[in-house]
Unconditional design. Structure first.
Length: 94
């Protein structure tokens, strides 16, 4: 899900691009998880630029791995540990 304050960056056919890529890949390329039991797949911009939708810049990640990627740059000031604990609870620690 795109955070409201970032929505203006996602223009054009972003929804179609992300849905197509998720359907094509079908799993998190980082951990291998597939959708279900609390696992949601997302599309990550490798260069962290949401306007760069070149296929070489996009990768499918589960929401947990996506959060970890963004936590590495500490860009959004999120409470990462609390969110990761929530993923553990929802996913049953998988």
């Amino acid at each position: 899900m795109i955070r409201p304050e970032m929505a203006h960056h996602y223009k054009g056919k972003w929804k179609q691009i992300s849905k197509w890529l998720i359907a094509r890949v079908g799993h998190c390329v980082n951990c291998g998880k597939t959708p279900g039991r609390g696992v949601v797949l997302t599309v990550h911009h490798i260069d962290f630029n949401p306007t760069n939708n070149d296929s070489s810049n996009l990768v499918v990640l589960c929401a947990r791995c996506h959060l970890k990627k963004h936590a590495t740059i500490q860009k959004y000031g999120r409470d990462t540990e609390a969110q990761l604990a929530l993923f553990d609870a929802v996913e049953g620690g998988r």
